[in-house]
Ligand binder design. Sequence first.
Ligand SMILES: *Cc1c(COP(=O)(O)O)cnc(C)c1O
Length: 341
Amino acid sequence: MAIVKANAYGHGAVETTKALIRQAVSRVAVVSVEEGITLRQAGINAPIVVLGPLFHEHITDLVAHQLIPVLSDSSILQALAQAVASFPTPYPIHLKVETGMGRLGLTQDELARMIGSHGFPTSLQLEGLMTHLADTDGPATDATQQQLVEFNEAIKIVTAGGFRVPLIHAANSGGAVRFPQAHFSLVRPGIMLYGYHTLPSSVAVPDLKPVLSLRTCIAQLRIIQPGRTVSYNRTFTATRPTRIAILPIGYADGLSRRLSNRGQVLIRGKRAPIAGLVCMDMVMVDVTHVAGAAVGDEAVLIGRQGQEQITADDIAEWTGTISYEVLCSIGPRIPRQYYSS
Ligand SMILES: *Cc1c(COP(=O)(O)O)cnc(C)c1O
């Protein structure tokens, strides 16, 4: 079950999902009903699981688009059962149990009550049982082992209740790579589909290749004299005649403002440092040392150029975050282009 939430981690949910389905991925998951509807409206017929919390107001859309809900409490159970009561076959749902993430999920008692004798509606099918692992990319493994112990107890509760649940799942990317005992019937990789991971260096990681590159081009160039400054609040002052390139990408596009006077881009195979504060729609870089830099030159923010490479991990390090946030921050204004190999 490929995770394509948050616009497929910034890559574009519709095209990414279609590409994954072409590679025989059999189901996908998003977080919101709206994300699920976007996929359905693009003609995607594969099963779509909605991981995020649901409210009564979502039920009509959920059912109309045949989205499979994950319930983490009993709040909408009866209303959902009512909404699908006239359907020819029971409507699939998944239940989520809390085992240590400290986020959404049923406690074991709540689970037992929900599937208890007079509880579970006949118009619903318990298709899936899941939990979410909190520390699959941490240095230690004991917290994950403990979560799996609790999850196995939850599975027993459901089995003892007479349910045969076809889809049992727990593993995100880190869990899939590191904990075979967390594989159950399916895994839920997100970040690794996109070529990144946050596993510790002690763990053997599959050969991953970043899927996405982020590029723009030089819109204008000028030489500024010593003492002149660049961008808002004048945080960059030229100390020599300095060639500044203006790039039409800014923090509204996901280029973090924390890259101000800190990040780099690639131009003509060389690293050009960001000069001054990143603006909403533009950023300036110092290309004094980049021979021949010209308007229209490609500027790479994430990706390869010549011998150099900047990854989402590099940007994450410059800005104090993780590759996940760098990727899913890439804004809707950036046109996505897709290449098939
Ligand atoms: C986001 C998410 C995943 C994917 O996690 P990665 O670390 O990106 O592989 C899996 N399961 C759930 C419930 C999620 O919310």
